[in-house]
Design a protein around this ligand. Structure first.
Ligand code: ZN
Length: 347
């Protein structure tokens, strides 16, 4: 069996708070004198099933907010970027696009602009180490607006993201829309996405996890995404799946997230094979390993062990993540070559 941690891949769906290691959250809570729900110490990862209903999502959101509340200094924010880059590197990720909503951290560091600049500055530092051969992945940033806030807030974030737009590590490379898919009115965020598009950012809103294909259609129509966070429920309407494939919208598929949130009962139910068979471009992602208890390489293990995909197909998933990324062209070509080399190694 080929070692999946050695398969080069890009990680395109990882949230800033959700990337944290449990011991890091506990340390930060202790240092800031904050109380965390007992489940963080007693039974981790937490049971989130039934979370696809409003009550379960509430549990997910409550734990997520508790973890996020522990992040309240520049040092905390830098540590999160660094540890995400270390953990990703250990799993064969050669390019990480970490998704952050700076709104949550602004109050502790002087506003959303410094909050984003801290993340970018640490991403640049880490990426320089990666370029020198250090044990970290290069890191770029996706700025994500929240569906829970006013669309004008999303526009302000899009302008901030546009200001830091670039095409290399340590830059903002994408603009997203996250949080409870059932909240907010998708077309109202179109203005923010137009700003991001004009700046050359990848458009990467969430859609099609908690809601079905109609939400995917609405998002395609209103926001013109390059990729969809999740999008797995496109399979429920063949015409929608056809459109996703035809328009070459990549899907950031996060099987561990889907199961933990109760979107599917268990791992075999995640329609990965149907998406593959339809010809979709897929980038596997961990979403929120802090809460779901599975990291990037676990998603690739699921593809092979649960869905029975042969290494040729698993390698194609890695290629999909690389092609759908905003990694610089030379790095993408290098990574694709290394995927071929991985596949050429004897089992
Ligand atoms: Zn997500």
């Amino acid at each position: 069996m080929r070692d999946l941690t050695l398969l080069p891949k890009a990680h395109l769906h990882l949230h800033f708070t959700g990337s944290m290691r449990v011991p890091t959250v506990l340390e930060m809570a202790d240092r800031h004198g904050l109380h965390l729900p007992e489940v963080f110490r007693s039974q981790w990862p937490p049971e989130l099933t039934e979370a696809a209903d409003a009550r379960g999502w509430f549990r997910f959101q409550r734990l997520y907010d508790a973890a996020r509340a522990c992040v309240r200094s520049e040092a905390d924010m830098r540590r999160i970027v660094r540890e995400a880059a270390e953990d990703d590197h250990a799993e064969g990720s050669r390019w990480l696009e970490i998704q952050v909503d700076p709104t949550s951290y602004g109050p502790f560091v002087g506003g959303i602009t410094p909050a984003l600049e801290i993340v970018l500055d640490e991403a640049r530092a880490v990426s320089a180490e990666a370029a020198a051969g250090g044990p970290v992945s290069p890191v770029a940033v996706v700025v994500a607006a929240s569906r829970m806030r006013h669309p004008l807030d999303a526009r302000a974030l899009a302008r901030l993201a546009a200001h830091h737009a670039g095409d290399g590590p340590g830059s903002v490379v994408g603009f997203g829309l996250s949080n409870d898919e059932r909240r907010g009115v998708t077309p109202e965020f179109a203005g923010a996405f137009r700003i991001a598009h004009a700046a050359g950012l990848a458009l990467v809103p969430h859609a099609g996890e908690l809601l079905g294909p109609e939400a995917v259609v609405e998002t395609l129509d209103a926001l013109h995404p390059d990729r969809l966070g999740h999008g797995v429920r496109s399979v429920e309407d063949p015409a929608v799946l056809d459109r996703v494939v035809e328009q070459q919208v990549a899907l950031e598929v996060c099987p561990g997230s889907n199961v933990a949130l109760g979107v599917y009962d268990d791992a075999p139910q995640v329609p990965l094979r149907r998406l593959v068979d339809a010809g979709a471009t897929i980038a596997l992602g961990a979403d929120d390993p802090l809460l779901f208890g599975s990291r990037l390489v676990d998603q690739y293990r699921t593809a092979r062990d649960v869905h029975g995909l042969p290494d040729e197909t698993v390698a194609e998933l890695a290629r999909g993540s690389i092609r759908a990324s905003r990694a610089p062209r030379t790095l993408r070509e290098q990574m694709l070559g290394e995927v071929d080399a991985w596949l050429a190694t004897p089992t």
